[in-house]
Write a protein that binds this ligand. Sequence first.
Ligand SMILES: [Zn+2]
Length: 544
Amino acid sequence: MRFLTLAVISLWAISVNAQKQTSASKPKLVVGIVVDQMRWDYVNKFKPFFKTQNGFLHFINEGATCDNTIIPYVPTVTACGHACAYTGSVPALHGIAGNMWYDNVKQKQVYCVDDTSVQTVGSSNNAAGQMSPLNLWTTTIGDELKLATNFKSKVIGVSLKDRGAIIPAGHAADAAYWYDSKSGNFISSTYYAPTLPSWLTNYNSEHHVDSLYKKGWNLSLANMVYEANCDGDENAYESTPFGKETKHFPYDFNAFIGKDYAKVATTPYGNNLVIDVAKQALINEKMGADNVTDLLAVSFSSPDYIGHSFGPNSWETMDGYIKLDEILADFFSFLDKHVGKGNYTVFLTADHAIANIPGFSKKHNLPGDIYDDGAVKNDIIACLNANKLDPKLISFVGEYNIYFNHPLMDSLHISNESLTNFITNYLEKKPQVLQVIESRKASIAPLPQMAREKIVNGYNVQRGGDLMLLTKSGVVDGSPTGTSHGVLYNYDAHIPFLLVGNGIKHGAINSPTYMTDIAPTITTLLGIQMPSGSIGKPVLDVLK
Ligand SMILES: [Zn+2]
C-alpha cells in the first residue's frame, strides 16, 4: 500500500514536471509577421525616430536580428516571398512562380491563388473570393504544425492581400481572411468554411474604414524631421494614388468615405485594419490559450502600396513605418496580456524589398531606368516583325519571363534555338538589358554563381517562361511614376529577419542567412518536421 502511494505520488510528480516542461519549452503561439516591401535598412534608418522602444526595437533590445538575410531566387515579388518565408522553399519546388504566370500545360494565365472551384464568403464580389492555396505544391510551417499535433493547432492568416493571407496560412489552415476593396469587408472562401465567423461579420458591419478615412493622414513627427531625412514631399516622379491634385501632406480622405474602399490600402490605416482582425481572431478563436502551439500569420500590405507610389525615400514611407512601429508596440502589449509574456514567439520578415524610384536615382546620378513588361513585349513584337515572324509566337510576358507559343512554333516549324537567338540578339542591344537567359540552361549562364542560383531556384518548368530577361541594376518594371521590385539585386533581395520571445536568444547575427532559413528555424524551435520542400538551414545562433 505504502509502495503504491509512493508510486502514485512520483508518477504525479513526473506528470506535473512534464507539463511544466512543455509549457516552459514550447511557445503557445507563434506569430509570423510579413511587412510587404520592407527593406532591411529601414529599422536602422528610422530607429532614432520611432516613438516607442517596444515595437521594432523590441526585436533589437530583447530578441535576435539576422542582418544579412537574402532572398535566394527571382522573381522577388509578393506571392513568392510569402511562399518562401512559410515553406523554406523556392518557386522551382513550391510552384508559386510569380504573382501571376502563364501555365504551359493549361495554356492560360493564372493568378497565384486562383481557385474557381471555391466561392467567396463575406461579400457579393465573387471574383475577390475564388481563392485558395491550390497552386502551392509544398507544405508550410502551419501544415507541419497541424501534422505534429494531430491537427489540434489553430492556424489563421490575415492580410489585406488575398495572397498575403492564403499562402502563409497553408493548405490545412483553419482560416485565411483578406480585404475586399469593393465592399470594404474582410472576406474568405468556401475552401475554409461556408460562412464567416460572427465576430468577423460584426467587425465588418462597423465600417472601420470610414472612421479611419475621417482622420485623414497627418504626419506623426514634425515636418522638419522628414525634410532632414527624406526626399522632398512632392516630386513629379511620385504617383498620385489619392487623385491628381492631392500630392502632399496633410492628406484629406473625406471624399472616399462610404464610396471608395480601395484607397485605404495606400495609407497606414490598412495596417490598423489588419491588426484589428488579427487581434479579434486571436481572442475569438482562443489562439495561444492552451499548450498546443497555434500559428497566426499576419501580413501588412499597406507598406507595399505606399512604397510603390511614393518610393522608399518618401515622407509617406517614413511616416508609415513610424505608425507601424506604434501598432507593433501595442500588439506586443496585447500578446503579453492575452497569451502571456514568455508564452509566445514572434518573427518578422518581408516578402521582398524595393528599388529606388528611377527618377530619384537619376536626380542623384545613380543607375536607374524603366523597362516594363509592356515595353519588353512591344520590343519582342518589333523584333519578330522585323524578321517576318508571327508576333503570336510569344504567348505571354510577365515578371520579365518570356513564354513561347510552342504549338504555333511546331506548326510553323520554328525551332526553339532560332526563336531564342532572334529575341536574345534583339533584346541584349537594349540599354536596360544585362542578359537574356534560357531558363532551362540557367545553370550554365555566364553569371556569378549566386546570380545563377537565384535564377535556377526561381524557374518552375510548368509555370516559368522559356526566356528570362535580366535587367541592369536600377532598372524597374514600372511606369514613369512610382517604383517596383522583382529582380535579383540587393535593393529587392535584402530583407529583415527578426525574432523575439520564447526560445529566442538575444543578439545580432551578421553571418549570411537566406529567406529559405526562416521556416526551418521556426520548425526547429517548435521541434517539428520542416516543410516538405524546405531547402534552408535553421539559424541555430538565434535559438536558445
Ligand atoms: Zn509590390
